[in-house]
Design a protein around this ligand. Sequence first.
Ligand code: 3HC
Ligand code: NAI
Length: 699
Amino acid sequence: MSAQYQVHGDVAVITLANPPVNGLGLSTRQGIVDGLNRAQQDAAVKAIIVAGAGGAFSGGADIKEFGTDKSMQEPNLHSVIAAIEASAKPVVAAIHSVCMGGGLELALGCHYRIAAPGCSVALPEVKLGLLPGAGGTQRLPRVVGVEAALNMIVSGETVKSELLGSMPGQKLFDRMAASPESLAEEALAFARSVADTRPLPLVRNLPCKHPQGDAYFQFARNMVKGMSKNYPAPAKCVDAVEAATKGKFADGLLVERELFINLMWTPESRALRHLFMAERAASKIPDVPSDTPKRDVKSVGVIGAGTMGGGIAMNFLNAGIPVKMLEMKQEALDRGLATIRKNYEAQVKKGKLKQDKYEQRMTLLTTTLDYADLKDADLVIEAVFEEIGVKEAVFKQLDAVCKQGAILASNTSTLDVNKIAAFTKRPQDVVGMHFFSPANVMKLLEVVRGQHTAKDVLATVMALAKKIKKTAVVSGVCDGFIGNRMIERYSQQAGFLLDEGATPQQVDKALEKFGMAMGPFRMGDLAGNDIGWAIRKRRALETPDMKYSRTADKLCELGRYGQKTGAGWYDYQAGKRDAIPSDLVNKMIEDHRKELGITPRKISDEEIVQRLVYALVNEGAHILEDGIASKSGDIDMVYLTGYGFPIYRGGPMHYAGEQGLFNLVQAMNRFAQNPRDDQAFWTPAPLLAKLAAEGKTFS
Ligand code: 3HC
Ligand code: NAI
C-alpha cells in the first residue's frame, strides 16, 4: 500500500508514500480510504491528518496510470474526496513542497489545510491537455475567488503557497506553518485545536459568484481564443469554472467530469501526456544508471566565437558558469563579444533581463588567443569551421593542453565524432554536444555518444544540459545524428514535390497549416541553403546513386542562399524577414520540370503533408533499428524542441501511431507507385513494417 497509517496520541496521520511525487495511483487512493476507515473506527482518534512523504505532498493523479484500467478503478479520486468529506472526524491536509493537480483537489476536499511556505501550488492539468477533473474547477474558485482560480486553471502556472496564503480573503489555507521543518508539529497542534469543532467546514458549501457574471466569462473566452485553435482544454476550463458559478455544486461537478473525460480522449491531450513522459525519459540512458558519478564542471572553454560559439557561451553565462572563449584572431573575438553584448542588450531593452544581471554575466566571460589558457577548463566545446582538418588541429591542441579529466566536446553537425575523438589520446573524454541555432534560444541539445565516450562523461553532460535548461537527447554516431538525418529525407520529398508540380509556397503553407513552425523552404532560407548544398556535394561523392531533385542546387548556383543573401526560395526586402514568392524561382522550377519532361500535376495539401511527415517517420524507424536513438520518444523530443514540430501532435513517431502504422505503410506503398518519386525511398523500414503488421505503435 503506498500510503502509511500512524497514530500520534489522538491524531491519525495518513502519509502518502508513492515516490517520486506521491502520485495518486490506485494503491495510494486505496491507502487513503483504508486509513480514513481505520481512523473512524478508532475511538481514541479525534482528528486525521493527510500528509505527503518525501519531496512532495502530491504531484496529482498518477500520469503513468492514465489510459489504463487502474485510473478508472474504485476508489477513484472522486470517491476518495467524498470519503474525506463524509468523515465524522476533521481531516487536515498538511501540505509541503509540491501540491498539484489531484493533490490540490484532494487537499480542497479536506476540512482544513495547513501549508508550509515555499510550496508549489498548481492545477497544471491544462498542460496535459486536460482540466482538473476531481473538483478543482468547482472548489478552487470558492476559496481564492473566480478570477484568481480561473487564471491558475487556464495557465496551469505554479503559485507559491505564501503568496496564496497572503491573498486577502483567501480560504485556501487555514494556517501557514512557520517553516517546512515545523509543518508536522504545527499540523498536529492544529488538528487537535479543531478536533471538537462542529459542523465541519466543507469547501463545497462556500458560495461561488462573479460580480460581472456572463460578461466576465465572455472576456475570459476571448482571452483563450488565440490558443484554442489547436488546444481544446483552455476553453473547456472556462466552461467548467463558469459552471461553478451557475448552479448547485453537484451540477458543476458533473459538468467538470464530462468535460474532463472528453478531453482525456483528445489527440491533443494524448500528445501532451506523451511529451511529459518523453521529456523526462529522454534524460535517462539505458546503460548509464542515474547514480553514475559526475565530473565537476565549474568552468567552460568555447573555441570559435562565430554564430554558434557565442550562443553556446551565453548558455553557460546564464547559468553562472564562467566561460573562456578562444579564437584565432582578435578581430574574430571582438566580433563574437559584440554579438553576445548585442543579444544581452536586446534582452535588457525588452525588459527580459536586468542591467545588473547582464553585467554580472559579462564578468564571467573572458577571451583568449592562446590554447594554454584552457588548461584548467573542466569542459571545452569546439565550434569552429565544419572541416575535419580544422577539427583535427583543434582537438590535437586540446589534447596537449587540457587537464586530465576535462571533457572535450564538438558541436559538429555532420562530422564523425569517433574520428574527432581519435585525434586525441583520450577518446573516452570526447563527446558531441550538438546545439541548434540560435544556441542561446533553442531548447534542443543532441548529445552524441562516441564509441568510446565514458559513461560519466555522458552523465555529466546530461546533468549539465538540465542546468543550462536544454532538452538533451542522446544520439549515436551517424551522418546527421537524429534530427538532420531525418530532415534530409523530408527535404528530399519537398524537392520531388517541386519537380512534380508544387510551388515552395504551397509546400510551406501545407506544412505550416499542419502546424510546423516553418515550412521546409522558409526553413532553408533561414538556415542557409548553402549548408545543405555543401552536404549534398559531399554525399554525391559518397553515394552517387542517391536520387534527389536538382532544384535546390540550381537555386544555390544562382547565389540564392536565403535570408543572409537577401534571396533564396523567396525574395526578401532589405532588413526584413517576410518571405515574398519569387517569380524567378517559380520560373526556375518550371524550366527544370521541362528539362525533366514532367507535366505538372495538382498536388493536394494532404499528399504534401503525408509525404514529408511519413518520410521523417520512416527514417526515424531506421534510426531506432540502428540504435542511433534508444527510444521513439527521444526522436519526438528532437523534433518538438529542435525542428518546430507541432507540440499538439506529439512528435513524428507519436503522430505516426495516432495515424495507425498500417495506414502509414499503405500510404507509403501508394507513394512508391508514383513514377516521379523514388521507389526505394518508400520501402518501409523493417521495424515500421513489423509494428504495422502487429497493429502496434513505436512506443
Ligand atoms: N504522476 C506520475 N509521475 C509523476 C507525476 C505525476 N503526476 N508528476 C511527476 N512525476 C514523475 C516524473 O515522471 C518523474 O519521474 P522519473 O523520475 O521516473 O522521471 C519524477 O516524478 C520527477 O518529475 P520531474 O523530473 O518533473 O521533477 P521536478 O522536481 O522537476 O518536478 C513536479 C516535479 C513539479 C511535480 C513535476 O513533475 C510536475 O509538474 N508534474 C506534473 C504535475 C501534474 O501535471 N499533475 C496533474 C496530473 S493530472 C491530475 O491530477 C488529474 C486530476 O485533476 C484528476
Ligand atoms: P562560424 O563560421 O560562424 O564560426 C566559426 C568560428 O570559428 C569563426 O569565428 C572562426 O574564426 C573560428 N575558428 C575557425 N578555426 C578556428 C581555430 N582553429 N581555432 C579557433 N577558432 C577557429 O561557424 P558556425 O556556424 O558557428 O559553426 C561552427 C560549428 O558549429 C560547425 O562545426 C557547424 O557545423 C556547427 N553547427 C552550426 C550550426 C549553424 O546553424 N550555424 C548549427 C549546429 C552546429
